[in-house]
Design a protein around this ligand. Structure first.
Ligand code: FAD
Length: 459
């Protein structure tokens, strides 16, 4: 065995949680080693956020081009559009390469030692990678999550996870998506726009079950318009002879011929396969339990990102990583965000930040709820999209804004304004009194606040 390597901070996992923690630790002068078994950037950069948004962009461009092959109200026409999916995937891979190379350069710039290999935990202060022992004062677990597999639908061949769906060699004729959550719908819509027939099978009675039905109605409408078949309330039983089998639990059987099946039924914290059990950490369900400083039940053993449970979002992992590095450097920090915005890059997009009207009332808050429709927003019209709305939830007594929700074209970009207003403790008057540039979708944010105050201008 080679000599033991000593460091102050040892990070397992180079996803957005781990690599951000490493960069910040490097900036703060903390000797840091980062161990990554696959590729720097983790799920987010390699097989998650970025490649999915790249594929969604390709699909949207192709869809629009295909639209112009017929009659278009915009007066644009094109000859028969063609798609070279190999070229599309190569373009997407180019973006991933640029970003992951950038992460490697940033780690180097900040003096982080990167070790490529799989870490095995020996105890709370020692890890082994390919026979090399590394000793640390602080151990940071940032091992992310894996796709949940269904026992009756083992991955392999035509049955794929989001990872394979993001790198298709050819398009299927008929893709069945199992799971109507955000990953399944984002990819299902993209495949439909690329030209595949798409069906979605979901065990619950609605799509995007974590969002309220008013918010998801425009997405359901769009799925219908795109020709995506929805089979709600159906549990999958298996895949046999080219057919996906599902049942509604009341004797009704579904048999869908499909040459590809995408299993997108959620993600599970990655806590197995690297001897983590030897630490006997306190768990929170399948995730590692952490306190408000991201410390686990063991002193100087920290956990961030997906391995520490919901919400499994890249920006949450990054924020936690930055915070843990600062705590190790001696700063006083706690992870207590007012809100973590979540976005579904469906068509139309959905964004939520803070409390929904239902959550506010469950928490005993007396709230004003107001919404402003994009049908009355000039920018939305000029983007050929009138569906959707912005909704604000604010306390009746002092007008403190406690939540924002929106559904509509490009509303992902409103998530910044939502999160900022919640973090800064904005009241309805603050947003209503801010001059919003015209014509923008953001004007609907101001109008929602004005409406909550009883005097919207454009409705
Ligand atoms: C298709 C898809 C789309 C998504 N879209 C979005 C989105 O739009 N917005 C958003 O916020 N989130 C999105 N996510 C979720 C997002 O990718 C995760 O929340 C985020 O990557 C979590 O970051 P992390 O650092 O906790 O873990 P990860 O990014 O999963 O990184 C963990 C890393 O640890 C490494 N690792 C694990 N065990 C070991 C070990 N023993 N030794 C060495 N290395 C190890 C892994 O190889 C991996 O690289 C998406 C996910 C998927 C799958």
């Amino acid at each position: 065995m080679s000599q033991t390597l000593d460091t102050t901070l040892l990070i397992i996992g180079g996803g957005p949680g781990g690599y951000v923690a490493a960069i910040r630790a490097g900036q703060l002068g903390i000797p840091t080693v980062l161990v990554e078994g696959q590729a720097l950037g983790g799920t987010c950069l390699n097989i998650g956020c970025i490649p999915s948004k790249a594929l969604i962009h390709v699909a949207e461009q192709f869809h629009q081009t295909a639209r112009f092959a017929g009659q278009s109200p915009l007066g644009i026409s094109v000859d028969t559009p063609r798609l070279d999916i190999g070229q599309s995937v190569a373009w997407k891979d180019g973006i991933v390469d640029r970003l992951t190379t950038g992460v490697a350069a940033l780690l180097k710039k900040h003096g982080v030692k990167v070790i490529h290999g799989w870490a095995k935990v020996l105890d709370g202060k020692q890890v082994e990678v390919d026979g090399q022992r590394i000793q640390c004062e602080h151990l940071l677990l940032a091992t992310g999550s894996n796709s949940v597999e269904l026992p009756m639908l083992p991955l392999g061949g035509p049955v794929i996870s989001s990872t394979e769906a993001l790198a298709p060699k050819a398009l299927p004729k008929h893709l069945v998506v199992v799971g109507g959550g955000y990953i399944g719908l984002e990819l299902g819509i993209a495949y439909r726009k690329l030209g595949a027939q798409v069906s979605v099978v979901e065990a619950r009675e609605r799509i995007l079950p974590t969002y309220d039905s008013e918010l998801t109605a425009p997405v359901a409408e769009s799925l219908k318009k795109l020709g995506i078949a929805l089979h709600l309330g159906h549990s999958v039983e298996g895949y046999e002879s080219g057919c996906l089998l599902a049942s509604d639990g009341q004797g009704g059987q579904l048999r869908l011929e499909a040459d590809r099946v995408l299993v997108a039924v959620g993600r599970r914290p990655r806590t197995q396969g690297f001897n983590l059990e030897c630490l006997d950490l306190k768990m929170n369900g399948a995730a590692i339990a952490i306190d408000e400083r991201c410390q686990t039940s063991m002193r100087n053993v920290w956990a961030i990102g997906d391995v520490a449970g919901e919400p499994m979002l890249a920006h949450r992992a990054m924020a936690q990583g930055e915070m843990v590095a600062e705590i190790i450097a001696g700063k006083t920090r706690r992870f207590e965000p007012a809100a973590i915005a979540a976005v579904c890059f469906t068509d139309p997009e959905v964004v939520v930040a803070g409390k929904t009207p239902e959550q506010a009332s469950q928490q005993g808050l007396d709230c004003i709820v107001a919404q402003f429709p994009f049908a009355a927003n000039g920018r939305a019209m000029s983007l050929e999209s009138k569906s959707g709305f912005v909704r604000v939830v604010a306390r009746r007594d002092n007008h403190l804004i406690v939540g924002w929700q929106a559904v509509g074209v490009a509303v992902s970009e409103l998530s910044t304004a939502f999160a900022q207003s919640l973090e800064m403790g904005a009241r309805l008057e603050d947003v209503a009194g801010t001059i919003h540039a015209h014509p923008t979708l953001g004007e609907a944010v101001q109008e929602a606040a004005l409406r909550a105050l009883g005097h919207a201008l454009h409705i």
